[in-house]
Design a protein around this ligand. Sequence first.
Ligand code: F6R
Length: 612
Amino acid sequence: MCGIVGFTGKRQAAPILLDGLAKLEYRGYDSAGMAVSDENGKTEVVKAKGRLRALEEKTDNGLAVKGCCGIGHTRWATHGEPSEENAHPHVSDDMSVVAVHNGIIENYQEIKEKLRKKNYSFYSQTDTEAIVKLIDYYYKKYNAGPVDAIAKAMVRVRGSYALAVMFKDYPGEIYAARKDSPMIIGTENGESYLASDVPAILKHTRNVYYIGNLEMARLSPEGVEFYNIDGDIIEKKYVEIIWDAEAAEKGGFAHFMLKEIHEQPKAVADTLASAVKDGRIDLSSVGLTDEDMKGIGQIIIVACGSSYHVGMAAQYVIEDLAHIPVRVELASEFRYRTNLLKDNDLVVFISQSGETADTLAALRAVKEQGINTLAIVNVVGSSIAREADNVFYTLAGPEIAVATTKAYSTQLIVSYLLAVQLAMVRGEIDEERYSSLIAELMSLPEKMQKLLENKERIQWFAAKFANAKDIFFIGRGIDYAICLEGSLKLKEISYIHSEAYAAGELKHGTISLIEEGTLVVGVLTQKELFEKTISNMVEVKSRGAYLMGLTTYGHYSLEDTADFTVYVPQTDEHFAPSLAVIPLQLMSYYVSVAKGLDPDKPRNLAKSVTVE
Ligand code: F6R
């Protein structure tokens, strides 16, 4: 995710940059840096690994760095581990060009290759260094100024970026460019500001410009000019921000959880883009070769909590598509059992934080046996990511709310990508099916977005059940995996007792808990199991249950049984969890809010569970 800031004016830049970065630390906190230049364009770059405090200490709270024009960055690593070298700003060899970047340059390897042939060398593992040096290359080659050089680079790169660039030859000026990553600009009283998000500049101005996709800007103390990609000046009107400072930090959302629920289409799109190249899945950055994939005998997935629920969904998808036997294990159980693993097994560890104590201990135990391990992790450079043989990073960005939403969704995506690629490599599906599955995956972000645009019905329904004593979730197959996650989400932030049951198991005991008015949520996204789960819903209804049904468009007969029905867009049934989980996340969130609780910080829970 990352946060960027920029300032040019009459005051010293460094303290203003640090203050802005502190407001953006929720966007990333593994390293930070700044570049400040004086009136002659002499630039000093300071970077520090760790939280912003480290940069504050290194710069004596900004007092040790002199100059009235600067850019700053707080990093959430995607390419390259958290380190001083990989921290931003990044610079061209002779410091002509210095920049900070938020986003992902997808074709950075290709750009690095091209530049190496022009005698450029690279000191970091980042994608950002590639775009900085590409700008430097065009700047020197065409000698037509910063706007021209940035525009040429924008045409050449694929991916997303919010870029702030300083040129040695243009002291007091900051150049900005944007595509699909957020950036706002403000100017007031002979000073100009730039940031990833409103809170960073709210103290200085409430009038902000939103820079559009494929647009550029030139900031100077006198004001700001905007350009289109052809380099023509364009007019923009500012918008007055009326949020208070706290709401601004959450992007105008009432809670981080709601914000993160809304970030899911982007997080999923980023994760897909990291592995799908020209319509094919490319796992070369994960390090899994076709030979590795062909040789796998069994997959064992080990995780905790919601990450375990992803494993449950992955089991159905991998077994059905790739025909490889899959076992799913709770890390806290797995680590203390005799595990009869074979040499050709692949053990997959799923973890948002990459620090969960049980998952880490289970990983170490498996590694001791010499079995191949793969981690699906969100936090770059975390212990699990470092210690596993291979890592598939989810690109969810930092998750602040304790209850996971966007990390869960990106973990699901990674498990689908693995399933589809395993199926293809092992000859279980043909080219046509492969392409159609990938196309379906690529359409998920848009479908998720549609779901998020229609949340009012869920909000209304959630308020009705805010005082419920017990809520049950039932489903079969993949729908059972969705139920597990829906139930955990609800109980952890609303404190309502809730159980997820495989629908067919109800009659073996749990049905005795159903009373008049008990809410039972049936999840029915799988055509073959639809009638079976309907029968189980009828059974609980005849014992007094109030029924909510969650299904895909087309299954309209559910309305004959359910009292309240929610539809999600159609997709390949293997990928239904990605859509069906969204109404359940929203329901949990709104129940929690209706009860007057803080969904971001549920009692007794911590974001990262580093103890057994
Ligand atoms: C629930 C939740 C937890 C985590 C679990 C594992 O909303 O967030 O159940 O999924 O603590 O954490 P990670 O994925 O960091 O290993």
